[in-house]
Design a protein around this ligand. Structure first.
Ligand code: F6R
Length: 245
């Protein structure tokens, strides 16, 4: 695991964008694994800028998102479908049929997990997976306790995750209780993984991650089992590790 510590969120976002653009330039048919949430917003802004001012094209790129809330319509303002369209897809030249996100309102949840698993097998493997990290160590929505062999599955979101994500809803009651997520096994099949973290509220999670104890109680620790992971953090997220040095 390579760790890059940068001054602030802006620098983290720029470096992540540079790495993504490098991969897209090497392979215009790249399969990108994408995350939502507040962390990758700066990355997506930089990618939009790269498309508009540096001539980076996504015409043949495919994207596979990590997760979607269960129970939200595609066009719900807080669905991850809406997030991806508003924050990235509508601003670049990606073909919408090349973007994949689980359906949050499937008629059968089981069938939807199986369908998304097929998407992974048909479109994947993911060449470059972008991850954020939950304050409880989740990646995707793989909450503590997740089996390392897990594939696409339904999860009950932890109270702490629902609290963290309540900022995007009117109240915590509105935050969905369940989500569909790629599993740990799917994530670890990616050729390369970049995990981004910024801000003091991620400092504890980054400290635990870098302690290198691989355990189901902290799912991001499974990343130690992957040969090509780069963690890009800012000084605020790295502060508890610095304190120990
Ligand atoms: C979202 C996802 C989650 C987030 C994590 C951090 O697609 O996979 O694991 O990356 O919850 O969220 P933020 O970035 O909002 O702190």
């Amino acid at each position: 695991m390579k760790v890059i510590v940068l001054a602030d969120y802006e620098a983290v976002s720029k470096e992540a964008a540079r790495l993504v653009e490098e991969k897209v330039s090497e392979n215009d048919q790249l399969v990108l694994g994408l995350a939502t949430g507040s962390t990758p917003l700066g990355l997506y802004e930089n990618l939009i800028d790269g498309y508009k001012t540096r001539g980076i094209s996504y015409q043949n790129v495919k994207t596979i998102n990590l997760d979607e809330y269960l129970g939200l319509e595609k066009d719900h303002p807080e669905s991850y479908h809406t997030f991806m369209v508003e924050k990235l897809f509508k601003h670049i030249d990606i073909a919408r049929e090349n973007t994949f996100i689980p359906d949050g309102q499937p008629s059968s949840i089981e069938a939807e997990c199986a369908r998304y698993e097929k998407v992974m097998n048909r479109v994947g493997p993911i060449n470059l997976q972008i991850l954020g990290i939950g304050s409880n160590g989740h990646i995707g929505f793989n909450e503590p306790g997740t089996d390392p062999e897990s594939e696409t599955h339904v999860v009950e979101l932890n109270d702490s995750t629902r609290k963290d994500n309540a900022q995007f809803f009117n109240s915590i009651e509105e935050v969905p209780t369940h989500a569909i997520t790629l599993g740990i096994q799917n994530i670890l099949k990616s050729d390369k993984i970049i995990l981004l973290a910024s801000g003091k509220k991620k400092a504890e999670a980054i400290k635990i991650l870098l302690e290198k104890n691989v355990s189901a109680s902290f799912p991001a620790s499974y990343l130690w089992n992957h040969p090509n992971v780069t963690v890009i953090v800012d000084e605020d997220a790295y502060q508890l590790v610095r304190q120990k040095q």
